[in-house]
Write a protein of this length. Sequence first.
Length: 364
Amino acid sequence: MKAGIVGLPNVGKSTLFNCLSNAKAQSANFPFCTIEPNVGVVNVPDERLTTLAELVQPEKTLPATVEIVDIAGLVKGASKGEGLGNQFLANIRETDAIIHVLRCFENDNIVHVEGSVDPIRDKEIIDIELQLKDLETIDKRLEKVNRSARTGDKDAQKLQAVLVAIKDGLEQAKNVRELDFSEKEREEVVKGLQLLTDKRVLYVCNVSEGDAVSGNAMVEKVQAVAATEGAEVITLAVSIEADINELETFEERLVFLEDLGLSEPGAAKLIRKAYALLEQQTYFTAGEKEVRAWTIPMGASGPQAAGVIHTDFEKGFIRAEVISYADYAHYKTEVKVKEAGKMRIEGKDYIVQDGDVMHFRFNV
């Protein structure tokens, strides 16, 4: 699962990517600085993992990770191949969710491809290009489906109805993720179309240092629009995040953050938000060799969670010994958890909860 960072040129995408991944993507004050997408595997900050490691004192500690992709900036006409349009659209199609960076700060020294700063206009530019590309995809699909539907094919007629609804929505400048479909229609039809505007989105308002804590009027406008889509917004001063990234010690970073009135780097919040945006959650294994956070989809069963460690664990799954994180943190050791009767034995139908500490029994 991976999230793609998108936005117009010069809104701070590559600088943000560097802060998240320390991959040092090229970042400069001119359009299309990013051409090939940069990919970074980013650790997910999790205080629960830190606490478990302090309690168990393992030889090593391994966090959960999320893949972040820095994609080339998009301009008007991208759906028709303008700028790096075709490449941009192909790259975003390969991601599972979108982190949409919007410029919400004034700075005469950083050029804006549209000549002025207006995050709502910028959002709409990208929305329209993605909608146009999706419309192209739907029209091609409808050409084939219409022929079958005319012959009386019931399945084709059902598919046709969904495609027509999507087409109508796109022509009204609505993203597919906003359209009202049943869960069955989304799962059986919409999901398989891999449409660009069906991807989940998180808006990142890139603000100046002075607006890092409370935001500004531009951020408020983005929040209002995002609320109508059911999307989340996070406010981030990317320039500050870059400065924090350059500090060598945790203590230096902490002092820097306190001076700004911040409790933690915004990048850490963003990573956690991206993880949730991808509908991922974490379970833990804890032993003397290692304490590790494992990534699974929300709603995964015990055997599916075991399969993340090794396919043999899923095939030969017998049961899972489960401790909630809260109980582990309270009783401090696995032995005391057992003595308190707080360890549960769960079978194949168990749906893993975020933060479960698990041990699997299996037989191949």
